[in-house]
Design a protein around this ligand. Structure first.
Ligand SMILES: [Zn+2]
Length: 470
């Protein structure tokens, strides 16, 4: 037990009673009261364990780096789990992937004060020679300073970017510095650097380095160091030029495959109209990825499962996708699973049937606001949604949702509308892409609040005929 209210699994008839629905007539089974059902789903979610159970099941596989055995085994388990929860048309859709894996890695200050550094290689980085790269460090306080450095000014040196990650509720602080990881190695290489080292994109002060992908195909080895190591480097540099040695020995990437896992609740009236939700199944290789993104998979799958337990399906189809390969940047462009899904649907001519889409990929903090597609602010749906979500501490953000999470980007580019249930990510980057992204970081009660919001909103959208696609 985890010290929480546990309602246990409700049997079918108990669900009906809980929903105030009689079993007597066929008519009753076909007409659930629209908004009242959303209220019931919300309240049942707060007493249900399934999201946490899914997070626990997925994290049992350990790190799920895309294309590895753990990733494949987790996907097979996921498909089985979805079938067990009552999903239909459950399938695994495989696609090829260049698989990068980590090798031995270490860093050190060679002079003037020799000492080890806590570093991690950025995903997709090429290897150093066996003995590593040793060179003088050039320290940049900010990303802009590196961009301002003239061509050739880093020849034979190691470029070091020290800019910290601001702590914000929405993740905008991370957004403001994430290009250091994506573009930093290429910009350093263009100026002649032989290696790239950055302060981790993390808001913590532990001796733990945050990994994450950088652009594939850059020629210089690239690393992140823990925030305290970045601070130490600044202090050491006050006493003279700093020489660093960095060792990172990932094997050459190999051709492999990974997959999306998909399950559906087929709509009772408009089965062709699809609402797509989900999270990503892959994680970084340094942790079991509880927050990133077992939580998102648990939240969205649990929300759909609560709807699966209702006596009738909603009007429209709900499709839950466990996207593959969200974290890694290969092949060029990244988001390989999301792109595979969107391209497959496009080839089938089914993109126009996608009514709306959204992903949960920001941990397990409380949801605090809702964004709907443009033009939805003054509608019955928005009013009903807020009547039901406001007691959960959620407000309506009248700014239109222009994005629905990373794996929804390819769909949005094809014109699919998105919604967003925004989570409090104030402490998300304390753990993101570090060894500490474990199930201990997840508070079951907060997870349940997420499921409650998703389940209620999902029902309102799936059982309506409101068209967001204008
Ligand atoms: Zn993620």
């Amino acid at each position: 037990m985890r010290g929480r209210l546990t309602g246990g699994m409700l049997s079918g008839s108990v669900v009906l009673v809980a929903l105030g629905i009689g079993l007597g007539s066929a008519e009753a089974q076909n007409t659930l009261p629209w908004a009242e059902t959303a209220v019931e789903l919300r309240d049942r979610a707060l007493a249900d364990n399934i999201a946490y159970e899914i997070v626990e099941g997925l994290t049992l596989f350990g790190p799920r780096l895309a294309g590895t055995d753990a990733d494949h085994r987790a996907a097979a388990w996921g498909a089985e789990r979805m079938r067990g929860l009552g999903f239909e048309n459950v399938r695994i859709e495989e696609f090829p992937l260049l698989v990068w894996t980590r090798g031995e890695e270490r860093g050190e200050i060679v002079s003037p004060y020799p000492q080890p550094l806590v570093v991690t290689m950025l995903g997709g980085s090429p290897a150093t020679p066996l003995e590593g790269v040793e060179a003088e460090a050039v320290l940049f306080e900010t990303w802009q300073e590196l961009l301002d450095a003239p061509e050739g000014s880093l020849t034979g040196r190691i470029a070091v970017v020290l800019q910290p990650t601001p702590r914000t509720q929405t993740g905008s602080g991370y957004g403001s510095v994430s290009q250091i990881r994506f573009q930093g190695p290429a910009e350093a290489e263009a100026r002649g650097a032989v290696a790239f080292l950055m302060r981790s994109l993390g808001t913590h002060d532990r001796r733990s380095a945050n990994t994450g992908s950088t652009r594939m195909g850059v020629g210089i080895p690239s690393f992140a160091m823990s925030p305290p190591d970045a601070e130490q480097l600044v202090r050491v540099a006050r006493h003279g030029p700093v020489r660093l040695r960095l060792v990172g020995l990932p094997p050459d990437p190999v051709q492999g495959h990974t997959q999306n896992v998909i399950g559906e609740l087929v709509g009772r009236e408009r089965p062709d109209e699809v609402i797509v939700i989900g999270g990503h199944i892959d994680s970084w290789d340094v942790s079991p990825g509880a927050l990133d993104d077992a939580a998102g998979i648990g939240i969205t799958t649990a929300a759909a499962k609560l709807i699966a337990e209702l006596p009738v399906r909603p009007r429209r189809t709900i499709r839950v996708v466990w996207w593959g390969a969200e974290e890694v940047s290969q092949p060029e462009g990244g988001l390989a699973g999301a792109r595979h899904y969107a391209e497959t649907q496009d080839e089938l001519g089914q993109i126009p049937d996608h009514v709306i889409a959204s992903e949960s990929d920001f941990g397990a903090g409380l949801i605090f606001s809702l964004n709907l597609p443009p033009g939805m602010a003054d509608t019955e749906l928005a009013r009903e949604a807020m009547r039901i979500l406001a007691p959960l501490g959620i407000h309506f953000d009248s700014a239109p949702a222009l994005s629905g999470g990373p794996d929804v980007i390819p769909l949005v580019r094809l014109g699919v509308p998105a919604f967003r249930l925004n989570q409090d990510g104030t402490d998300y980057f304390d753990y993101h892409h570090t060894p500490d992204d474990t199930i201990e970081r997840i508070d079951p009660a907060r997870l349940d609040q997420n499921v409650a919001a998703w389940a209620a909103l999902l029902w309102l959208i799936a059982d309506s005929d409101i068209d967001f696609r204008r």
